[in-house]
Design a protein around this ligand. Structure first.
Ligand SMILES: Cc1cc2nc3c(=O)[nH]c(=O)nc-3n(C[C@H](O)[C@H](O)[C@H](O)COP(=O)(O)OP(=O)(O)OC[C@H]3O[C@@H](n4cnc5c(N)ncnc54)[C@H](O)[C@@H]3O)c2cc1C
Length: 566
């Protein structure tokens, strides 16, 4: 078995991972950085981000306004010190990308152009057509190649972290290309493994978003935070849930029900379609429930109207929206409504970190969608996530590099590695005639969609939790038919399913315990926000039987919680 050593190990090569690796590598050229990704970096989910990235760059804007919009969007659950740190660093990160070659869209004067986005009180979302994620990822990837001290492990899958006395010391990974098993010793590691959209039947997320990093950290004792907050984006295409970006509404598109009514005026009289996502998603859900949706082969839907924007705006600013509407919904958006309904989109919760991107385990950091700082609280504003990946990716990279300079390697023992090797190769891959993993996966997605979705209640959550526990038991019986070592994706999917079951349990458990409605977490049995009891983060820890919850106060600096209206 092969041992690899690196000062800093970055797990994940999306926006957060690449940004972290660049920062760590440039901080000290002598540090060796290992960048591990289960897919080729350009296939990370960041590539599909469309709408843009938020920051205060325009002269009409200010940091206070970006911070307040974020705090209000979070339904006052975000930590305000973290939000202030985030907004003040955001402009530098976007300008940096420009220096590294990102072709931001321009206004008539040739300056970076900004567009409107939900919950943002002024235009502060910077974009490159509606392919912003592609350009961000491309720019970061190209930049990362300049650093000779970054060594890439593309198509390697991390299976476990190794921690001793609350200090990170290594991890195990499989090289997917040939199925070989390896272990790494590292002084520090950064989890940048993205979200977990695949837990739901309808999602805008790529197939790789299976929450691996959240489960990896949870299993070695790091708590997960704000897990009950799962964001549904208002405008997914019916069926699989592919995303029609919020930029379509940012550019002036609006929503119509089957009475040809612009119904958002009843739910958010001021902001209409540009209210926060949880508000718009619930409004659509409600219109459909009350029979005001259009009938379609994938269930009822609402119409997104961009016809009035005209061919020029659509072609120039929303080419992906047009392409998706034509290819995947069979409509021509120049003169037809685009069918939409909410789709699972983003995970507000994740590995608990402070604003230095440190987890409670020494030497272990997290950033991007896998982490929870928390700047998003109960609901993230669109276009804050790409910026969050950059800001906290760079903070994590710097701090992990500093930690590596101040500490030595700890030795990983042969037994620790063999135990994991046996779990995987003897326990999982050799088993014959078991249950196909897809049986469990589809059942899990159904449970999450129906019982842990947009509207929740105690009874459904209890049922969901007990079903997930049963699925975890049944998981012990799964087996793969394909036993080959080369690109055995069936086998990798079993490992991902194992991670997803753990994370599903934490989401459902935290949702059950939060007996109030806040942001994306809506309890029909507790429809009001309850600041007296629940203005707190829930930290979920793994324990022997059911998860254990600890409460953490929300950091409030300037903005007292008030009723949230749009
Ligand atoms: C369709 C879509 C559109 C979006 N549009 C916007 C937008 O316009 N603006 C905005 O701000 N946000 C947007 N978001 C959200 C935002 O894009 C994501 O939150 C962000 O890109 C996540 O980046 P990340 O670096 O955290 O993770 P990702 O880009 O998801 O990368 C995860 C990385 O982790 C690696 N990985 C995972 N597990 C393992 C493992 N076990 N072993 C090894 N490697 C592993 C993967 O290979 C990958 O490289 C959008 C999201 C979606 C799905």
């Amino acid at each position: 078995m092969d041992k690899i050593r690196a000062d800093v190990i970055v797990i994940g090569a999306g926006a957060a991972g690449l940004r972290a690796a660049i920062e760590a590598a440039s901080m000290n050229q002598k540090l060796k950085i290992a960048l591990i990704s289960k897919v080729y970096p350009m296939r990370s989910h960041t590539v599909s981000a469309e709408g843009g990235a938020a920051a205060v760059i325009k002269e009409y804007d200010n940091l206070e306004s970006h911070a307040y919009d974020t705090v209000k969007g979070s339904d006052f659950l975000a930590d305000q010190d973290a939000v202030e740190a985030f907004v003040s660093r955001a402009p530098m990160e976007l300008k940096n990308l420009e220096k590294w070659g990102l072709p931001w869209a321009r206004d008539e004067q040739g300056r970076m152009a900004a567009r409107a986005f939900g919950g943002m009180s002024v235009k502060r979302t910077f974009f490159a057509a509606d392919k912003t994620g592609f350009y961000i990822l491309h720019t970061l990837f190209q930049r990362s190649i300049l650093y000779e001290n970054i060594e890439r492990f593309d198509e390697w899958f991390v299976t476990s972290l190794i921690v001793e006395n609350n200090r990170f010391k290594g991890l195990t990974a499989i090289d997917i290309k040939n199925g070989t098993f390896h272990y790494f010793e590292g002084k520090a590691a950064i989890i940048c493994t993205g979200g977990i959209g695949q837990l739901y039947k309808t999602t805008s997320n790529g197939a790789i978003n299976t929450g691996d990093g959240m489960a990896l950290a949870y299993r070695v004792g790091a708590p997960l935070k704000d897990m009950e907050f799962v964001q549904f984006h208002p405008t997914g295409l019916p069926g699989k849930g592919l995303l029609i970006t919020e930029a379509a509404r940012g550019e002036g598109g609006y929503l119509l029900n089957n009475q040809n009514e612009r119904f958002m005026k009843r739910y958010a009289p001021e902001k209409l379609e540009l209210a926060a996502r949880d508000v718009v998603s619930r409004a659509i859900f409600n219109e459909i429930k009350e029979g005001r949706g259009f009938k379609g082969k994938y269930g009822d839907y609402i119409g997104l109207d961009i016809r009035h924007l005209g061919k020029d705006v659509i072609d120039k600013k929303l080419p992906t929206v047009k392409e998706m509407a034509e290819k995947y919904a069979g409509v021509n958006p120049y003169n037809e409504l685009i069918p939409v309904r909410p789709t699972m989109h983003y995970m507000m919760g994740g590995v608990h970190t402070n604003k230095e991107a440190e987890t409670p385990i020494a030497g272990l950091y997290a950033a991007g969608e896998a982490a929870c700082v928390s700047i998003n609280g109960a609901n993230r504003l669109g276009s804050n996530s790409l910026t969050e990946c950059l800001v906290f990716g760079s903070i994590a990279g710097y701090n992990a590099a500093r930690f590596a300079l101040e500490h030595d390697y700890l030795e990983v023992s042969k037994e620790e590695v063999t135990r994991e090797e046996n779990r995987i190769f003897d326990g999982l891959i050799k088993k014959e005639n078991g249950i196909p993993p897809s049986d469990i996966l589809y059942e899990l997605k159904d449970i999450m969609e129906e019982k842990v979705g947009i509207l929740r209640n105690g009874k459904d959550l209890e049922e969901a939790l007990s079903s997930i526990m049963k699925l975890k038991e049944r998981f012990k019986q799964v087996s793969v038919t394909d036993k080959s070592k080369t690109y055995n994706t069936d086998f990798i999917q079993i490992l991902e399913l194992d991670f997803m079951l753990d994370v599903a349990e934490t989401i459902t458990y935290a949702a059950l315990k939060r007996k109030e409605s806040r942001g994306a977490h809506y309890r029909v049995d507790f429809p009001k926000r309850d600041d007296e009891h629940f203005l707190v983060h829930q930290l979920v820890y793994k324990s022997e039987y059911e998860p254990r919850i600890e409460l953490l106060p929300v950091v409030i600096t300037k903005w007292k919680p008030t009723e949230r209206k749009y």
